[in-house]
Design a binder for this molecule. Structure first.
Ligand code: FAD
Length: 456
């Protein structure tokens, strides 16, 4: 039996490793094709490497092809799969360093080609100094540009978490940074009232934020970007970083006849097998999943899901049984000292899903007020009006604020009501929280809001 993997990062190599745990090399041959220069790397760490918090690029690489070879997994870097023939059960792989194309047969296929950055027409230009941030190769190209061209001005286009993390990285490298966002606020993955606090923190770093901006084009001369053109004028840029989101990298899959779902990702069953394609598996940023709270299909390109989905696919490929039950939209990031976290639905998402809900927002502190280093923390909860079941939560604060979202994610996953949550046995000591943890205070306030709305 032979397994061919397309894409040798989080999802692909999690699947390969799990399959290998269950099947020895004489039972299952595994070949993974990767068009980039690296296998099993942390794309999530790229902004911290560029910003200097992580010194060594190799620290972002979890396992090299040589290490995979020792485990009996054949990783072929710089090999791009350019065709899939599902009838003949073959892929066509192109050696990007001039070795030509060859066909490779498979019994099982793992499609883990990730995502591609969204690149509008104005960004599809041949200009040095314009970068997407998706793979470690992209990160390497940015790092080289910073080292060799000594840019002084950076424009980051897109205020999602990757844009924000990259803007911070550029500031840390000493550049004057402008962040452009088409929405009224950056970080539109949280509600506007919470996003306002994030915007203040970003400005506090010295980053200029311009919101409501629709970029019209790039000014290029001598093959190099010079400025970003907006309706309000041009903004000088020695480097432009695109953070406009990503879409599933499914062109190759679609060409082979694999049907895509409503969100553009590959549709799989619970075991991560592609719907209507026996022996073809998919996981990670190229698939769509389901939101457990809204029940709707969604696209959630995050490393945490890619690893779990890849693991599930690999267990099944190796003859075991595992399922991926969907996601609840938990995510976390930071802007300098400010941490931002969310789980479940935002107000906008809850409305879109058809819920009637109440909200409660509290401002408290990270530690007992008298304990040195206590800092402000804002917790917002969204609860279903009729049942009081938690639908979503957001946290903005400093040290140790963000990871508090995990207790909220567990409550949400288990469909707790906000009233049940008021009694949760959360830990307390002055260095760690006030006697009423901000999460508990928010649950109390949300419970009051639920009761008030039920009486009203
Ligand atoms: C800057 C940045 C920060 C992030 N931060 C976080 C975070 O903090 N938390 C979080 O959960 N997630 C984060 N993510 C998202 C996370 O990195 C991705 O969700 C995860 O890497 C997806 O894994 P994947 O294996 O599906 O795809 P990828 O990691 O994109 O891997 C796909 C691989 O397939 C290769 N490939 C594509 N097409 C072909 C082909 N035809 N032939 C051969 N190879 C091919 C690509 O070169 C790539 O290496 C971040 C992403 C970025 C870019």
């Amino acid at each position: 039996m032979k397994l061919v993997v397309i894409g040798a990062d989080a999802a692909g190599m999690s699947a390969a490793s799990q399959a290998r745990k269950r099947k020895k090399p004489d039972e299952l041959q595994i070949v993974a094709f990767e068009r980039g220069h690296f296998s099993s790397y942390s794309a999530c760490g790229i902004p911290y490497w560029i910003g200097g918090a992580v010194e060594d690029r190799d620290a972002l690489i979890a396992r090299t092809p040589a290490e995979f070879a020792q485990a009996g997994i054949d990783v072929r870097l710089r090999h791009e799969v350019v065709g899939i023939d599902l009838d003949r059960r073959e892929v066509i792989a192109r050696d990007l360093d001039g070795g030509g194309e060859r066909r490779e047969g498979f019994d099982e296929l793992m499609y883990a080609a990730g995502a591609v950055p969204v690149t509008p027409g104005w960004a599809q230009v041949e200009a040095a100094g314009v970068f997407g941030v998706q793979t470690l190769d992209d990160g390497t190209a940015i790092k080289e540009w910073l080292a060799t061209r000594s840019p002084r001005t950076a424009v980051v286009i897109g205020g999602g978490y990757i844009g924000v993390e990259m803007a911070e990285a550029m500031v840390r490298r000493g550049l004057a940074v402008t962040l452009l966002e088409k929405s009224p606020q950056p970080m539109s993955t949280v509600d506007p009232d919470m996003g306002k606090r994030v915007a203040e923190a970003i400005r506090g770093l010295g980053i200029e934020i311009r919101t409501g901006i629709h970029v019209e084009g790039l000014e290029i001369s001598d093959g190099r970007v010079r400025a970003v053109v907006t309706p309000g004028g041009t903004i000088p840029a020695d480097i432009v970083v695109l953070g406009l989101g990503v879409r599933p990298n499914t062109e190759l899959a679609a060409r082979s006849g694999i049907t895509l779902g409503a969100k553009g990702g590959i549709r799989t069953d619970l075991r991560m097998q592609v719907v209507d394609c026996p022996g073809v598996w998919a996981a990670g940023d190229c698939v769509q999943t389901v939101h457990r709270i809204s029940g709707q299909p969604m696209y959630a390109p995050l490393g945490t899901h890619a690893n779990k989905q890849g693991r599930v696919a690999g267990i099944n490929l190796g003859g075991g049984y595992a399922t991926f039950p969907g996601v609840i939209g938990t995510a976390v990031t930071k802007v300098c000292e400010l941490e931002v976290a969310r789980t479940g639905l935002t107000e906008k998402e809850a409305t879109h899903a058809g819920f009637e809900f109440v909200t409660a927002t509290v401002e408290s502190t990270s530690r007992a007020g008298y304990y040195p280093g206590a800092s402000s923390m804002v917790v917002k909860m969204i609860a279903e009006r009729r049942t009081g079941v938690l639908l979503g939560a957001q946290i903005v604060g400093r040290e140790e604020a963000a990871k508090r979202i995990d207790s909220l994610a567990i409550a949400l996953w288990n469909r707790m009501t906000v009233e049940d949550m008021t009694a949760l046995d959360l830990s307390y000591a002055p260095p760690f929280s006030p006697v009423w943890d901000p999460v508990l205070i928010a649950a109390r306030k949300a419970t009051d809001a639920v009761h008030a709305s039920q009486q009203g």
